[in-house]
Design a protein. Sequence first.
Length: 131
Amino acid sequence: AIIIAFHPDFVSLNLCYYRLCARAIFYFIGLPIVEDSTEDFLGNLSNILINPDSGSVEGFFVNIPQFLSSSEVFLGSIDVLKWGARIYVSSRDILGPVEDRIRLLPLLDDPRTMIGQRIRTEGGLSLGRCK
């Protein structure tokens, strides 16, 4: 089992620090996103945006099912309140187009992925490569 905890002082999840690799992403795809106060279903986690330089999770893509179609919006990792069998957020208003987050646009254009990147501890010890 993979356990992830968001500490208030360390909201962005550092994948290299936790030795969590890109394969683990598949455990999270499909998790429901719900509003904390109302338990309203907002959508399902469809992908994760990872910074290939730092290994930190910048945010999540959320698939919002609609009648005969669906749309995809973005959820910043800092906006996650709780993570368990569901992902809790404060409000549906924090979901929006990833293009609205100017800081993330270079990451969207970066062709690199986590797979193949070197994994090192904070002390510099090499743990291998992400497979």
